[in-house]
Design a protein around this ligand. Structure first.
Ligand code: MLT
Length: 259
């Protein structure tokens, strides 16, 4: 796998090494695609797209293709001679005609192992497609938090964490996860420069780290998912560091970075 390395940083940067800048965008709508060509972008959608993607790759899915509309998904499905799984949601519920919704419990190894998945969600897949011009595009969530932070540090590029949010609005669960990553970066690297948004997220994380599930339950989207009987998803998405897979977007597909 060809990695787009910026500089071979060890975890504690060499003296006089330019500090790595860490920034956070609260929605993909604020991203200038022309301004991420030299950055490692970490896409976050805790509830639930990036949690689902990490689970699917952990359970052996060959790759995922993120699309923005159900129509795109069905067209691609035909192009692939229906040799794929259709997964995703509208308003949190499985799209009519899709095989799977967006609950990580659906993406078991017996279902996804060795399969291609065409994925459409309201926020997460849109955020991924908005950041395709990044030097490196990494998929993270609480499930693979430390693994994805370590992977990103090895790339040695400035870091932009992109929160998917909720239809163009701030989503606190994504911001708190961004803060968790800022905290990990600070622990693993001595020479980092945090923007105010990164610092704010880290402060939010410090307030929430003792009860991530409680934070998800209080979030707008978490309350919505509970209302449509998907509280179990929150329990699964709150688990920290249960996976070491790091999915990346590479040449149009989301694949396991160690492929
Ligand atoms: C998404 O994952 O894009 C959305 O947050 C919708 C969801 O899965 O409930």
């Amino acid at each position: 796998m060809l990695l787009n390395i910026c500089s071979s940083l060890s975890f504690s940067a060499l003296p006089n090494q330019k500090p790595l800048k860490i920034d956070v965008a609260f929605t993909p709508e604020t991203i200038d695609p022309l301004n991420i060509y030299d950055k490692s972008v970490l896409i976050v959608d805790i509830l639930r797209a990036t949690s689902t993607i990490v689970t699917a790759i952990e359970n052996g899915a060959s790759y995922l293709i993120p699309v923005n509309t159900p129509e795109e998904a069905f067209k691609l499905y035909e192009q692939l001679n229906k040799n794929a799984i259709l997964g995703g949601e509208i308003e949190g519920k499985r799209i009519k005609g899709f095989h799977l919704g967006n609950s990580i419990s659906e993406y078991t190894s017996s279902i996804v192992k060795g399969k291609a998945i065409i994925m459409r969600t309201t926020n997460g897949t849109r955020a991924i497609n908005a950041c395709k011009s990044a030097k490196n595009l990494v998929i993270g969530c609480f499930l693979n938090k430390t693994a994805c932070c370590r992977y990103i540090i090895e790339l040695g590029c400035d870091i932009l964490i992109v929160c998917s949010g909720k239809e163009g609005s701030f989503g606190i669960e994504d911001a708190v996860f961004a803060g968790a990553c800022v905290n990990v970066f600070g622990q693993l690297m001595s020479n980092i420069e945090k923007t105010d948004s990164a610092l704010a997220c880290e402060m939010m994380y410090q307030q929430s780290k003792s009860d991530i599930l409680g934070l998800l339950r209080k979030s707008e989207h978490g309350k919505y998912l509970i209302n449509i009987s998907l509280e179990d998803d929150l329990i699964l998405c709150a688990k920290e560091d249960i996976s070491t897979v790091v999915p990346i977007y590479f040449e149009g597909k989301i694949i396991n970075s160690d492929q």
